[in-house]
Write a protein that binds this ligand. Structure first.
Ligand SMILES: Nc1nc2c(ncn2[C@@H]2O[C@H](COP(=O)(O)OP(=O)(O)O)[C@@H](O)[C@H]2O)c(=O)[nH]1
Ligand SMILES: [Mg+2]
Length: 228
């Protein structure tokens, strides 16, 4: 089974740990649970078409309070969720810093999600959906609105991103196969051309020999005429 590392980044308090808990164990706590999930990895299997993938979801140990996470956390992650709290302007303003952190410390990320969390608190919303969507577009990320209280919204984000990852990989594989096929075709064509050239050369050499033989016969014939 393919195992892929998934990380969540974003300001402290935006709901990263809650999102992971909801997705992996369908639970929600009101507490800010930095210690329970300290550096934990949670696992979840996702089926995409014929494939089953094992998501290895990493949670921070609260180090994001210092606006930074370490390289070990970032490394090798294929999917990254950059989370903000839609009721908290600062968490949205900090998205570019988190994106930069990701780009600086990770060289393997394939799919990025921008997650607008706490959609259940829509009355306190300060960031419009459109703003979030625009930011996501600007970094070629996929936008999702979630509430850590609502399993379906959380699963839609994790699974949507996983699907995109699988599709991207499939497309790359398809392109690679297509390129290899084209390369082989080109090689076959070249070989055929060489073969044709060789045959042509042999044929013209054969004709030349024939002509030479004919000339020789003619000359020999003439010589006999002189003798008679
Ligand atoms: N209403 C609401 N509260 C949330 C949501 N997600 C997280 N919280 C609350 O926000 C606080 C911080 O959540 P936590 O997951 O610890 O944030 P983290 O620091 O990003 O890991 C906690 O009190 C959670 O109960 C959500 O979608 N809706
Ligand atoms: Mg946390």
């Amino acid at each position: 089974m393919i195992s892929i590392k998934v990380i969540l980044i974003g300001d402290s308090g935006v709901g990263k740990t809650c999102l992971i808990q909801q997705y992996t164990s369908k639970e929600f706590t009101e507490e800010h649970i930095t210690t329970i999930a300290a550096g934990d990895k949670s696992f979840k299997e996702v089926k995409v078409g014929e494939k089953t993938l094992k998501l290895e979801i990493w949670d921070t140990v609260g180090q994001e309070k210092f606006k930074s996470v370490n390289k070990i956390y970032m490394n090798q992650a294929k999917i990254a969720l950059i989370v903000y709290d839609m009721t908290e302007q600062n968490s949205f303003n900090n998205l570019p810093n988190w994106y930069k952190e990701l780009k600086d410390k990770n060289d393997s990320v394939e799919i990025i999600g921008v997650i607008a969390n706490k959609s259940d608190l829509y009355e306190d919303k300060v960031i419009d959906k459109e703003e979030g969507e625009n930011y996501a577009k600007s970094i070629k990320a996929i936008f999702y609105e979630t509430s850590a209280l609502d399993y379906d919204s959380v699963a839609a984000a994790f699974e949507g991103l996983t699907k995109n990852y699988v599709n991207k990989k499939d497309e790359e594989e398809r392109k690679k196969t297509e390129e290899e096929r084209k390369k082989k075709e080109e090689e076959d064509r070249k070989r055929e051309e060489e073969e044709k050239k060789k045959l042509k050369l042999e044929a013209s050499k054969h004709n030349e020999d024939k002509e030479k033989k004919k000339d020789k016969k003619k000359n020999d014939g003439r010589r006999w005429c002189f003798i008679f």
